[in-house]
Design a protein around this ligand. Structure first.
Ligand code: SAH
Length: 491
């Protein structure tokens, strides 16, 4: 049933999305979003969802707003579920009301989903409470943007307020705001903070007083989106700052894993104060859907060398009893973790992370002539004949999954790389897909650093002339994040 959700997406940090907003994104057939929305929120959309970017900065009205209104109405009348995603809260200088008027006019059902507004959350991420006992009893939020007719606030009244003053969209008019407050009697030493791109990896904070804040802003080249917060609560920052002290704060990290696996790694990054951007460069295709599991009864040994293999195998099995008393061998930390998820124990684990060792290990648990099945990927090195001769067993392989490169248009990659500090590669195939997407040309990627999961991936990178800035010590996604965090592991 057609409906429009007018949804606030929060100030930037993905985790400040509400549960309801998340549902609206997941349900949407069409998402209309603006500049201040974290792009990773869009990756929650269902497959086939139409993503429409409309908006160059929230301060622009007119033409773009008409187009937004028109798009919402048009798509809703086509019977689609439309989610209009806006930075912060839709009703705090978000023009959500104008969109709703248009929907009402066209008799379209809608819901409004409040978001965490930047006016309180961005100060919070800078360690500034908008009210604080004994310091500020109120807070007041203003637009710092003048209307077309030049009408301005009543600064005589504003300067008399004792509470915290917060200006959105005020960078351009900072001089005027500070000047008018001073002219109307506000203390010259009133503390002021400017917070740029709050709650993101690019958050910057500068502080000063009403008297010198313009110089400070110019020196530091503060640009929108930024919040101006004025009042004694700014001093609280000395004790209350926390976000900028997180291990990965200030680092925007590109995750190139398969779409389904990227989320866990991105969360790892976000939890440590970094900001993840996702560009899936591989796709894991499940190949066990048509497998005849009846065959399992013929094997006495079952070997796994990857977590993906384990998942494909157990997600598709029709009856777990088919396993009977088969002996199970596995190699790799992640493979063992995946087996544990399915409550499957293992009979043997070779010391070295090598398929040959895994196969050799099966000898102790099976009889001469037994059949042993290796559950693996299409590219795993397999030499059935050699193994059969050497170990006197009858080995078979089933391709449980395939890894496909996902090649993106060059412009998309270059645009996603904007502001990215590190690109992470967790396999050689992601490196191949990256270079193929870029048309073999690293131009436009300057300033980006590269982190690799281990020696094999590093080798693939060097072949293309990509500098390996960091290599993980532990060959897992966690290992890569840890290496970036410490940079101590840099090579
Ligand atoms: N509806 C939004 C505000 C839209 S007006 C909300 O509730 O937050 C756009 C202004 O919001 C920007 O000019 C800036 O002043 C402020 N803003 C939004 N996100 C911000 C962020 N992450 N950091 C700093 N300021 C931000």
């Amino acid at each position: 049933m057609a409906r429009v959700y007018i949804v606030g997406a929060g100030p930037g940090d993905m985790e400040l999305l509400t549960l309801k907003a998340k549902r609206c994104v997941e349900e949407a057939d069409v998402i209309v979003y603006d500049r201040l929305v974290n792009s990773r929120i869009l990756s929650l959309a269902k497959e086939g969802c139409e993503l429409i970017y409309l908006g160059k900065g929230n301060t622009e009205g007119g033409v773009i707003q008409d187009e937004i209104n028109r798009t919402l109405v048009e798509k809703a009348l086509e019977g689609k579920v439309v989610t209009r995603l806006k930075g912060g809260d839709p009703f705090v200088f978000g023009r959500g009301g104008e969109e709703i008027l248009e929907l009402v006019k066209n008799n379209i059902k809608f819901e409004e989903v409040p978001g965490i507004t930047s006016s309180i959350s961005v100060p919070a991420y800078a360690g500034i409470p908008v009210t604080h006992r004994g310091v500020s009893k109120s807070f007041h939020v203003f637009t710092g943007h003048t209307e077309k007719n030049g009408k301005w606030h009543n600064f005589d009244a504003i300067a008399k307020l004792e509470g915290t003053l917060i200006f959105l969209m005020g960078v351009k008019n900072l001089g005027r705001i500070a000047g008018d407050l001073l002219d109307n009697g506000k203390r010259a030493d009133t503390p002021v903070a400017l917070i740029e791109k709050g709650s993101t990896s690019k958050q910057r904070i500068v502080t000063g007083t009403l008297e010198n804040i313009c110089e400070v802003a110019a020196e530091n080249k503060v640009v929108p989106p930024a919040i101006i917060i004025i009042g004694d609560v700014v001093n609280q920052r000395r004790d209350f700052k926390w976000f900028e002290d997180l291990e990965l704060q200030g680092r925007k990290i590109m995750v190139t894993r398969d779409r389904r696996q990227a989320g866990a790694m991105s969360e790892m990054i976000d939890r440590r104060g970094g900001e993840a951007v996702e560009l899936p460069l591989i796709e894991i295709e499940d190949r066990m859907k048509d497998y005849n599991y009846e065959e399992i009864g013929e094997f006495t040994g079952l070997l796994f060398n990857s977590a993906n293999g384990v998942r494909s195998f157990f997600n598709n099995i029709d009856d777990i009893r088919r396993l009977g008393s088969v002996k199970i061998g596995a190699v790799g930390v992640k493979t063992l973790e995946a087996l544990k998820e399915y409550r499957i124990g293992v009979d043997f684990v070779p010391e070295k992370y090598l398929v040959d060792e895994l196969v050799a290990g099966s000898v102790e648990f099976t009889q001469e002539g037994d059949r042993v099945l290796l559950v693996t990927s299409d590219i795993s090195p397999v030499d059935i004949e050699k193994w059969n001769t050497k170990h006197g067993r009858s080995y078979s392989k089933v391709t449980a999954y395939c890894t496909r490169k996902v090649v993106h248009p060059r412009e998309e990659v270059v645009s996603k790389l904007k502001g990215v500090d590190y690109v992470t590669f967790l396999s050689s195939s992601t490196v191949d897909a990256y270079m193929e997407s870029l048309g073999g040309d690293l131009a436009g990627t300057e300033g980006v650093k590269y982190a690799s999961i281990g020696p094999v991936t590093s080798e693939a990178m060097r072949k293309y002339g990509i500098t390996v800035d960091i290599e993980a010590k532990r060959y897992t996604a966690e290992g890569v994040v840890e290496a970036i965090k410490g940079e101590g592991y840099a090579i």
